[in-house]
Design a protein around this ligand. Structure first.
Ligand SMILES: Cc1cc2nc3c(=O)[nH]c(=O)nc-3n(C[C@H](O)[C@H](O)[C@H](O)COP(=O)(O)OP(=O)(O)OC[C@H]3O[C@@H](n4cnc5c(N)ncnc54)[C@H](O)[C@@H]3O)c2cc1C
Length: 433
């Protein structure tokens, strides 16, 4: 028996958000932001705090996209690129800017959560990345050295330490980042919305931006409600969305369906064994294994489906069975909720800032590790736009907006990578037996 199908557990555990309504009459403002997720709401608060008039629109409710549907791991690391790779791929200035945002992300999220009084819905207890094979342990140890050289609170845990922290003995060591942790993401999105409104932002939900027409220096957005908004600048914070005005930005990324489950609350002795310090865990497998606790000691875990359509029940069972097996739970836990979200993957795994003409910007900071990054990227973009949006001062390299070539086919790429990961894992298990 599965409790809720399709609704994130966070709907049951987050404090209610502010009251919002669709925008039904015409309006004029300095900046329109499309998307009320972490990115759009953080940018809006920064702009309004600098005295800029801002309207935020969302097709759904606050946090309707990835921000209210994610797993809430607060991780100040990209999934692939480390400092050495960033130095290789970006100019020195861009690499430093990107690393600066990345490194400040988790502390900023927890500072905002504290300010908002989120209490046990936000826990800065550190984040663990255990190595599932010796080669990953080598790579992670190199990364630990890189982060330590930058003064980050990152250390290497040996096999015994990681076994003590996870209650499992199969890992070859782990990277620990003390600045990471976990959050109730919907509670956080709602807190950002309250903060933005308090700073003077007009926030309208259930209002889709259908298209943008540019006339001289002004942009007019036609809305699903029949109203229009005129603005001198537009920020598309619509992530993987492809509806209406979000289409062009959405086509520059690959959508990745991710399934999440929340189990029933675990007994205290199991919590003490698998997470004695309550630290969230994401390992190094391609078919990544993750788990964390929520404030009520439910286990939150996730996975990707090879065929990511209507797979909630199937994925819920598979994820729960994997939890039971990896964490030696004795039996498969009851499932309180299963839901799906869409993550936006950029071609190079790095965040993306684009421009689609004078005064229209789009940003994606996701790649499955966006809780911390999009929060600080939003603030940086808001401050940059408030200061005049000089392209030379942009917080990330500013690129022309461009759809991914062969996107229709490319959207199957994550399934192929996942299939390779699953086969590699089966091969390793068979060799070990
Ligand atoms: C299932 C899942 C699990 C994840 N787990 C983690 C995790 O544990 N840790 C982590 O760091 N990251 C995680 N991520 C990534 C993280 O959730 C995202 O990077 C982050 O939430 C992106 O925030 P955003 O504001 O850019 O976009 P979103 O939160 O997706 O916001 C975009 C908004 O734009 C709106 N929109 C789109 N088009 C229009 C339009 N035309 N008009 C009006 N509104 C529009 C949408 O309704 C949506 O609310 C996960 C993602 C998913 C999907």
């Amino acid at each position: 028996m599965i409790g809720a199908i399709g609704t994130p557990v966070w709907e049951a555990t987050a404090q209610p958000g502010p009251t919002t309504a669709p925008l039904k009459s015409g309006a004029t403002t300095d900046v329109v932001i499309v998307g009320a997720g972490f990115l759009g709401l953080s940018a809006a608060a920064a702009l309004a705090s600098a005295g800029v008039d801002v309207i935020v629109l969302d097709a759904g409710d606050i946090g309707a996209g990835a921000s209210g549907r994610n797993a809430g791991f607060v991780v100040p690391h990209f999934s692939r690129a480390d400092p050495a790779e960033l130095a290789q791929r970006l100019s020195q200035r861009a690499a430093e800017q990107t690393l600066g945002l990345l490194e400040s992300g988790a502390d900023r999220v927890f500072a905002l959560a504290t300010e908002a009084g989120l209490g046990r819905q936000a826990e800065q207890v550190g984040w663990l990345q255990p190595a599932h094979e010796p080669a990953s342990a080598d790579l992670l140890q190199k990364r630990v050295a890189m982060w330590q050289a930058r003064g980050r609170p990152v250390r290497w845990l040996d096999r015994a330490e990681v076994a003590e922290r996870t209650g499992t003995s199969g890992y070859f060591g782990a990277l620990e980042d003390a600045s990471g942790g976990m959050i109730n993401p919907l509670a956080f999105a709602r807190a950002l919305a309250r903060r933005a409104i308090a700073a003077g932002v007009q926030l309208h939900t259930r209002t889709t931006a259908m298209d943008i027409a540019t006339d001289g220096n002004a942009h007019t957005l036609r809305l699903s409600t029949g109203a229009t908004v005129r603005a001198t600048r537009v920020l598309l914070a619509s992530n993987a969305g492809t509806t209406g005005a979000a289409r062009k930005l959405g086509q520059s990324v690959l959508p990745l369906s991710v399934y999440q489950i929340a189990t029933e609350p675990l007994p205290a002795e199991t919590v003490a064994r698998i997470a004695p310090r309550r630290q969230p865990v994401s390992d190094t497998r391609t078919n990544i294994f993750t788990y964390r606790l929520d404030a009520d000691n439910r286990l939150i875990s996730g996975g990707m489906a090879l065929i990511p359509y209507a797979a909630e029940r199937r994925m819920a069972r598979r994820i729960a069975e994997r939890l039971a097996q990896q964490l030696d739970l004795g039996s498969v836990p009851q499932i309180d909720a299963v839901w799906r979200g869409t993550a936006a993957m950029t071609r190079d795994g790095l965040p993306l800032l684009t421009t689609a003409g004078a005064g229209i910007f789009g940003a994606v900071g996701c790649n499955g590790r966006g809780v911390a990054f999009t929060t600080v990227l939003g603030e940086a973009l808001g401050n940059w736009m408030a200061a005049g949006a000089d392209p030379n001062e942009a917080p990330l390299p500013l690129l022309p907006s461009r759809a991914l070539p062969l996107r229709g086919l490319a959207r199957w790429a994550p399934s192929l990578v996942l299939l390779r990961g699953i086969l590699a894992e089966r091969g390793a298990t068979a060799r070990a037996e």
